[in-house]
Every structure is written in C-alpha cells, then in structure tokens.
Design a protein. Structure first.
Length: 233
C-alpha cells in the first residue's frame, strides 16, 4: 500500500535537529521540507480546485453538491488532490480536474473506473500522454498538432554517427512506448513476415514493431481527460 509523507513526518524530521549536522545539504533540505514543499503542494491543490470550479460552471449545482456528499466521489477527489499536490506543471493538474469534472457530470458515478484511470494518469509523464494521444485517428489527421509537436513525436533523429547521448535518448523514447504497452494503453503492430521470416529488432532481440495503435483502455483514458471526444478513435 502506497504511503505519503505528511506534515507531521516533516515536523518530526526537522525536530530531531539532525539536519543541522549535515553542513551543506542539511539546511537546504530543511528549507524544502519546512516551507517550499508544503506551500507548493497547497498551491497546486488550490489550482486544481479553481480549474474544477471553472469546468463545472454549466452543471446543475444540486448534482455537484450531491457528488461532494458521496463518500465514493470524496475518495476519488482525495486521490486527485494527492496527485495534484505532486504535479510539476499546470497541464497535469488540468487533466486531473477534467477527469474529476467528467466524474461529477456523469449521471452514474463510475468511481472504480475513474479511480483506476486516475492511477494510470499518475503513472504517465507528459510526453507519454502526448504520444498516446498522437496515435489516435483524430490526431494522426491533425496537421497542426503534428507540426507543433514534431520534435517530440518523431523521437531522436537518426544519425549515421550515433553519439552516446543519441543512443540514450533513443532508449528513453523507446521506453515511453514500452511503458504505454505495459499499461495496456497501446498495442504493438507487426509487419507481415517477408518470405516467411519475421523482422527482428537488433536492440531488443524481439519482433520489430511496425507501429502502435491505441487500445480501448487508452481511448477511454483520453476521453475522460477530454483529449478525445465520444465517437472519435
């Protein structure tokens, strides 16, 4: 079971006075633990609530109040606030706010579904979300999207003289896709064998993928954060 460091934990650590015995890192860590992290986390939760408020502007107030009195939604909200408190950019908080908005707007509360989707969202970084989105039919046909994010979507440029930096970047880019596959959000596509022989990836020793497609779970996640509209693929 995942545990989280609380303000009390920080207070106990600071109260021990042991950080002062670490000359350089100790005082810096004390500042982070005592003020920077708590304040930043509160600011992020406040941002989440402001974004959620804006997204609920057209919704019936009685329905909103009903959700906030529902223990199952409160459980989901707590997960969202915890995740938002660790978010490093506003886009991630927007995704969380959108998922919570859709959970409130639905006639039937899908707590277990949205709780799982929120957990999946927490396992993805921003590049992985963008890559997942790029494999939908809607985004493959969106020239503006592909042009704007070409430097991310195309991955490291191939070079006849690959430097260690290029090799490292390519390895991380491949891992983004592997992670999406492991989470069940992408499927690999394989080429038809040529003359009965499959193409092998020299780096992994496994079958070489010709591309990827978004799974139903991947499309569901994208819909719940409003990156994909109902009916789009």
């Amino acid at each position: 079971m995942e545990t989280h460091v609380t303000k009390r934990d920080w207070a106990v650590l600071l109260g021990k006075g042991t950080l002062g015995a670490i000359p350089v890192v100790g005082p810096l860590a004390a500042e982070v633990l005592g003020a920077i992290i708590p304040n930043q986390r509160l600011d992020r939760i406040e941002s989440l609530l402001h974004m959620l408020e804006a997204r609920l502007s057209g919704l019936d107030r009685n329905q909103i109040e009903s959700r906030f009195r529902n223990p199952e939604f409160v459980d989901l909200l707590e997960d969202g606030m915890q995740q938002a408190s660790r978010a490093l950019d506003s886009m991630r908080i927007e995704h969380i706010a959108t998922l919570l908005k859709n959970s409130i707007a639905d006639e039937d509360l899908k707590r277990l579904q949205d709780k799982r989707l929120l957990a999946l969202l927490g396992e993805l970084n921003d590049v992985e979300i963008m890559l997942l989105n790029s494999y939908t039919l809607e985004r493959r046909q969106d020239l503006a999207f592909n042009s704007t994010h070409r430097h991310i979507l195309s991955g490291p440029l191939e070079s006849s003289e690959a430097t260690q930096e290029h090799i490292d970047a390519a390895a991380i880019y491949a891992e983004y896709h592997n992670h999406l596959v492991r989470l069940g959000l992408l499927n690999r596509q394989y080429r038809t064998p040529h003359e009965g022989e499959w193409e092998i990836d020299e780096n992994t020793g496994t079958l070489e993928a010709a591309g990827h497609t978004v799974t139903p779970l991947g499309r569901l996640l994208l819909r719940r954060i409003d990156l994909l509209k109902p009916g789009e693929r």
